[in-house]
Ligand binder design. Structure first.
Ligand code: NAD
Ligand code: TDX
Length: 336
């Protein structure tokens, strides 16, 4: 199997490349990534010189490049992860979210269609469903009610992908996953931001009353679900992916402080995120029943392992926060 992964240098993408190289060593991975601020090729430095990992810097919205890569590497399937992914950034500047997540996805689909790609896996999000009240969980049949420019752009990408199945008969699968956590997450998202701030004795900014709920999934469990969906999913179907670990933000922030041994006086309640979704909870029973997938990590153990990784790897996040990680592509990769 030759698989084109888009966004393979981001948080989930780099974990997915590692997961595939380890668990599907016979697969060839072509990693197409634009290396925006969120793309870090250094995450994959262990694969320098590995013929089964081909990195190409480029834009998903460049059909000539995508078509060329599909032909050159006899690509069988596409796993589409590239996106602008941060809700707060989408509030500050929505345009790039539409350009990449909506138009970029449509152009990628079109390039895939023109080259007869056998399977297209669209990595969507639980945020397409909008916000829940205190009870219940999203199923694949829940109405789509996105709130932020980010989630509206992901909903558009999700639906245009399904339209390529219904209209053109393309073999498309959509996965909708809950909040991921784990190694290599950019320190703008809740968990790594709080760890890094706590280690610097800086305030931990909690939006609103801190009682918003997210449903957490270890990134490695997401990767195993994506590979399972690619292998066993049915064309035109949507699969929810979640870890059954609902937590209030404030509970997570306090747990992180406990793990790094810092005082709760660092917590600072700040102005709420505009349009802040109150609660997400995913019902993954269809995915479990039809694909035979289940998560391997518990939240408490996974969080402790993740926090330890950030504590043990200050060089990784210092290079990310200082911007030094950008030099890696120039010196290690482009030079060759
Ligand atoms: P990320 O921001 O860490 O990584 C995104 C990657 O996409 C980066 O490497 C970036 O350089 C690349 N990219 C951006 N624009 C590009 C373009 N035009 N062409 C090529 N590459 C481009 O994101 P993530 O957290 O790893 O999320 C990956 C995917 O999973 C996204 O589609 C996101 O919507 C989805 N998702 C994320 C979560 C989560 O909790 N992080 C949950 C559910 C779904
Ligand atoms: O500084 C902060 N303070 C805070 O209280 C940050 C960065 C976040 N929060 C809150 C907002 C959310 O309720 O924590 C929660 C999680 O925030 P994020 O890490 O920004 O994630 P979220 O907005 O839930 O979106 C994530 O999950 C779904 C990913 O970023 C998306 O890409 C994915 O689709």
């Amino acid at each position: 199997m030759n698989v084109l992964i888009t966004g393979g240098c981001g948080f989930i993408g780099s974990n997915l490349v590692k997961y595939i190289r380890k668990n599907r060593p016979e697969w060839k991975v072509v990693n197409l990534d634009k290396l925006t601020y969120a793309g870090n090729l250094e995450n994959l430095s262990e694969f320098e010189g590995d013929p089964k990992h081909v990195f190409v810097r480029g834009d998903i919205g460049n059909p000539e490049l995508v078509e060329h890569l599909i032909a050159q590497h006899s690509v069988d399937a596409i796993m589409h992860l590239a996106a602008e992914s941060h809700v707060d950034r989408s509030i500050l500047g929505p345009e790039v979210f539409v350009a990449t997540n909506v138009l970029g996805t449509q152009r990628l689909l079109e390039a895939a269609r023109s080259r007869g790609i056998k399977r297209f896996l669209m990595v969507s999000t639980d945020e397409v469903y909008g916000s829940l009240g205190p009870t219940g969980a999203f199923t694949e049949k829940s109405p789509l009610q996105p709130s932020s420019p980010y989630s509206a752009s992901k909903t558009s990408a999700d639906l245009i992908s399904l339209a390529y199945h219904h209209t053109f008969g393309m073999d498309v699968i959509v996965t909708r996953c809950s909040n991921n956590y784990g190694r290599y997450q950019f320190p703008e998202k809740l968990i790594p931001l709080m760890v890094v701030n706590a280690l610097h004795d800086k305030p931990l900014p909690v939006y609103g009353d801190g009682a918003n709920v997210r449903d957490w999934l270890h990134v490695e469990d997401h990767c195993s679900a994506l590979v399972t969906a690619l292998e066993k999913g049915k064309a035109g179907e949507v699969y929810n992916i979640g870890g059954g670990a609902e937590r209030k933000n404030i509970e997570i922030v306090k747990a992180i402080l406990g793990l790094v041994g810092k005082p709760e006086s660092l917590i600072k309640y700040v102005k709420d995120r505009p349009g802040h979704d109150r609660r997400y909870a995913i019902d993954p029973s269809k995915t479990k029943a039809e694909l035979g997938w289940s998560p391997a990590h518990t939240f408490e153990a996974g969080l402790a392992d993740t926090v330890k990784w950030y504590v043990d790897n200050p060089t990784w996040w210092e290079r990310v926060t200082s911007g030094a990680y950008r030099q890696y592509f120039e010196t290690q990769y482009r030079a060759r």
